[in-house]
Design a protein around this ligand. Structure first.
Ligand SMILES: [Zn+2]
Ligand SMILES: [Zn+2]
Length: 528
């Protein structure tokens, strides 16, 4: 057991995980003696060419070189988590290449995912103050390590949320989101009996990797986790291949949705709407979207012809579904996630820590699904639930499929469909904001205000002309700041001068009054 723990610690260090705070995250290069948590040699590191690829050496002792994976001289903006509902824009050192297979990306666009809201609300385990968020992002390759073969500086690419090595047992079977070596979290192994792939910007149980809601981000195993995209399509058409477009498609894959399946989807968020869009592209004859946010149902219905909607705040889901698809839908897609309680009893159990997740939504899917049908779950679940309707699942002969999307398996195919216009991920984007507005963006997305369904954050760090515009905007902002400062200083000086003058006037007035008083007294004395 001790050997395993040591292996885990070494692996954690090898993927650039923290031994301290964000700015001092380190990488340890033992010169190729690393083992994975099962005690096997850690293959990638045996290929390391000298280890330190630009990282500043912090210390060297006993043959171990510890290097910083940040360049303190170059700074960037980053969206960081500082507790429930507390998103802070911070300035951070830029990431550097720390492994021969890394790339550093200059981010042009990043999106806020529905699953980021679990982090925002503080209900996902393993977050630490200062964590950089974001797992949907794209941009231009800024720098690559010496072993990166398929991408080069200047390439326009989309990154996937799941970090895969491309050569382990899981990756070679196409199960990239279950990569065996990119997630060093011991906690996750204790919770689940195994580790999933590491993920960008998604808590320390998935590796604690810095996210992409920033100007620059390090992408490990760049050949596996970056997809080339054409330069003539706008960011918004391509960005969501990173996660939510691929995840929505994956839900349909889990349910084997096709021309002979009726589909009901719970949750009209970004994932649910794109799952409905995907189902239509795959030829599903009847698609029903369920939510209690009428504006989201209307938004989807206006863009997906023939879509049926159910507002569960206005009618009973089971009855409405029976009316639309007697006997129930063949495939029920869960695009909601673990913390949306519908019943008081589950709300109380979650609040009192008697369960971490709620089975409310899943139970409704099981209850409504046709006998022999399939439940496809893409909503995020992380822990334990009470009162799960296992009886109905078994007796109705349902199949329950769930999982994090192996994006790399689908995104090439999906890109072709985006290029041909068959798929249009932009249908869910309601807000495009500068990255500095991230705190506001998280708030409106979570509160479902301002008609918000999907927010894309822009860095203004795209093509050279965009960078020039960004620079000009920054210069203009600085000019205004300086002018405001000068004005305030001027105001202060004026105020000070006025105070000096007022004090002098007051002194004069007092002297005058004293003088008058003296005269009055001497007059009175003279009268006597
Ligand atoms: Zn996501
Ligand atoms: Zn792998």
């Amino acid at each position: 057991m001790e050997a395993i723990t040591k292996g885990v610690a070494k692996l954690g260090a090898a993927v650039g995980l923290g031994t301290g705070d964000d700015d001092t995250r380190t990488q340890i290069d033992t010169g190729g003696n690393l083992q994975d948590f099962m005690g096997h040699p850690f293959e990638k590191n045996t290929q390391r060419s000298g280890g330190n690829l630009g990282g500043k050496v912090i210390r060297t002792s006993g043959g171990v070189t510890v290097t910083s994976n940040k360049d303190p001289e170059k700074r960037m903006r980053a969206v960081t988590w500082h507790g429930p509902k507390k998103i802070v824009m911070e300035e951070r050192p830029r990431p550097m290449i720390t492994d021969p297979t890394d790339a550093v990306l200059r981010v042009t666009s990043s999106a806020i995912c529905g699953s980021d809201l679990h982090l925002y609300l503080g209900s996902a385990p393993g977050m630490q103050r200062g964590d950089v968020l974001g797992h949907e992002f794209m941009g231009f390759v800024e720098e690559v390590g010496p072993e990166v073969k398929h991408v080069k500086k200047g390439d326009r690419v989309v990154a996937c949320f799941d970090i895969a090595c491309g050569h382990c047992r899981s990756c070679s079977r196409g199960a990239f989101s279950g990569c065996d070596i990119t997630n060093p979290s011991k906690d996750q192994e204790m919770m689940y009996g195994a580790r999933t792939a590491g993920m960008f910007g998604y808590a320390h149980v998935t590796g604690g990797y810095e996210g992409g809601q920033t100007d620059y981000v390090r992408v490990p195993f760049a050949d596996v986790n970056l997809l080339h995209v054409p330069k003539d399509l706008p960011d918004n058409k391509l960005l969501l291949l990173s996660d939510i477009m691929s995840t929505a498609w994956f839900a349909n894959e889990l349910g084997s949705v096709g021309p002979d399946t009726t589909v009901a989807i719970w949750g009209a968020g970004p994932g649910g709407i794109l799952a409905a869009h995907s189902a239509q592209v795959r030829g599903a004859p009847r698609i029903i979207l369920i939510d209690n946010q009428q504006y989201r149902l209307d938004h989807a219905a206006a863009r997906i012809p023939g879509l049926d909607t159910i507002n569960f705040g206005r009618e009973k889901v089971k009855e409405a579904l029976e009316r639309l698809v007697p006997g129930g839908p063949d495939v029920c897609i869960e695009a909601v996630g673990f913390h949306y309680c519908k019943s008081l009893v589950h709300a109380v159990m979650v609040k009192t820590l008697m369960e971490t997740d709620t089975a409310d939504i899943l139970n409704e899917l099981i209850y409504c699904c046709r006998k022999g049908g399939t439940i496809a779950c893409i909503g995020v679940y992380v822990g334990l639930v009470n009162g799960f309707n296992i009886g109905a699942l078994m007796e109705k002969g349902l199949t329950l499929k769930a999982g994090q999307t192996p994006v790399q398996k689908y995104w090439g195919h999906l890109l072709e469909m985006v290029k041909s216009g068959k798929l249009d991920p932009t249908m869910i984007i309601t807000h495009e904001l500068p990255i500095e507005d991230a705190p506001h963006a998280y708030k409106i997305f979570n509160d479902k205000t301002d008609g918000c369904i999907k927010v894309v954050l822009k860095t203004g760090m795209g093509a050279p002309e965009q960078q020039q515009q960004h620079k000009e905007r920054e210069q203009e902002r600085m000019r205004w700041l300086r002018a405001a400062l000068v004005y305030r200083m001027g105001q202060k000086q004026l105020a000070r001068a006025w105070l000096v003058r007022a004090k002098a006037e007051l002194t004069n007035l007092l002297a005058l009054m004293r003088d008058m008083e003296t005269r009055r007294s001497s007059l009175e004395r003279a009268k006597k």
